[in-house]
Design a protein around this ligand. Structure first.
Ligand code: TXA
Ligand code: MG
Length: 346
């Protein structure tokens, strides 16, 4: 897809087009066309109860989708939009529940990307757009990632370059009395609290209504293990003893060097880290490595979004369950058979 005009035409005719945003690429369709929305779910292989975010081009359009809007929405939107913050609001009765996964609430945001804003302003409609990856996979941050993921299954991709933020938007639930974060992102809880001058309610397991919060979301194919800095060398030794080929992403080069170890420098700046995270996970999947070790980022509130995505990406895996001498239960064997550890002795 070469031009915005082509994308506009395609979307108006019920097409599904991948769009760049500042966070990740989205798989967009006109939110007012149920058949187009259904196609998004089919293409992504996404369960129908996982609601979509509606992307709009102006703050005034919030009222097309939501009602009983709390007063604090307007200053928050002025401050953080266009940007990586999604609000959950009470939906208008006429909003199709296909978009909201059957819920009475709706997720809305204005993305900060020149090309998609141009598209939204021209279309004057809302675009429903989940991240442009198959359900459970790593989100795409370049047009090429989207093409790798879907090929000809979609009607086009608008190439907007590499996403600046790199992880999905922060989701703030304003449909409840006590606003709360449902998904952490690069706009931190602290930033929102400082702006509002009040605390948000704590993010509990129960408050995790956003299905993107499934424990094992954002999963790469290559087993991924998060490792504390102090344990990097000992974990590397364990992997080498098992003859594994290892990608390691850490702040400094490990003391241990070996032909089976490929090291890359991990950014210490959280914006830089988020920006390259998904790209790196995809790159690691394209190597012949059996396992990826990533140094655990600083356990600080502003790293919450990154830690959240990394923890989920690593949720299937634990180093001990990959080492035969430590664990040989049937479930792990089965998992191993399906995973990339083809050279393992198991
Ligand atoms: O940065 C982003 O948010 C990207 C870009 C494309 O905008 N979009 C994105 O969409 O991450 P998706 O579908 O991959 O994740 C949207 C999340 C899901 O976890 C979904 O469950 C949640 O938003 N969500 C949508 N509507 C909701 C609602 N009414 N209540 C609670 N969570 C909702
Ligand atoms: Mg997603």
């Amino acid at each position: 897809m070469q031009t915005i005009e082509e994308a506009i035409k395609c979307l108006q005719q019920g097409g599904v087009v991948a769009i760049p945003t500042e966070t990740v690429y989205g798989l967009a369709a006109d939110a007012a066309q149920p058949q187009a929305i259904k196609r998004i779910f089919t293409i992504k292989d996404r369960p129908a109860d996982h609601p979509l975010i509606v992307h709009i081009g102006s703050i005034a359009q919030v009222q097309d989708w939501a009602e009983d809007i709390p007063e604090m929405l307007w200053p928050l939107a002025e401050r953080f939009w266009p940007g990586p913050l999604t609000f959950i609001l009470k939906k208008k009765p006429q909003v199709n529940k296909l978009i909201t996964g059957g819920q009475e609430t709706i997720a809305i945001r204005i993305p900060a990307h020149k090309k998609v804003l141009q598209l939204l302003v021209a279309l004057k409609c809302g675009l429903a757009a989940p991240s442009a990856n198959r359900f459970g996979h790593v989100s795409p941050t370049t047009a090429q990632h989207v093409i790798d993921e879907f090929g000809d299954d979609i009607d086009g991709v608008i190439d907007g370059g590499a996403c600046e933020v790199g992880i999905e938007s922060t989701i703030l639930d304003l449909s409840v009395k006590q606003p709360r974060i449902l998904r952490p992102g690069q706009i931190s809880q602290q930033q929102i609290e400082d702006f509002l001058g009040m605390p948000l309610s704590a993010m509990t397991q129960q408050s995790l209504r956003a299905p993107g919060m499934l424990k094992a979301h954002y999963a790469p194919k290559t087993p991924l293990i998060l490792v504390e800095k102090s344990a990097l060398d000992s974990q590397l030794k364990k992997c080498l003893a098992d003859n594994l080929k290892i990608n390691i992403w850490s702040v400094s080069r490990p003391h241990l060097q070996h032909k089976n170890i490929v090291w890359q420098l991990l950014p210490t700046d959280r914006n830089e880290f988020a920006k390259v995270l998904y790209h790196k996970l995809r790159q690691f999947d394209q190597t012949s490595a059996d396992i990826t070790l990533i140094q655990h980022p600083p356990k600080l509130p502003e790293w919450h979004g990154i830690i959240d995505r990394l923890t989920r990406a690593a949720a299937h895996f634990s180093l001990d369950s990959y080492l035969p001498e430590l664990n040989n239960c049937a479930e792990v064997q089965d998992k191993l058979a399906k995973e990339k550890l083809k050279n393992s002795s198991l």
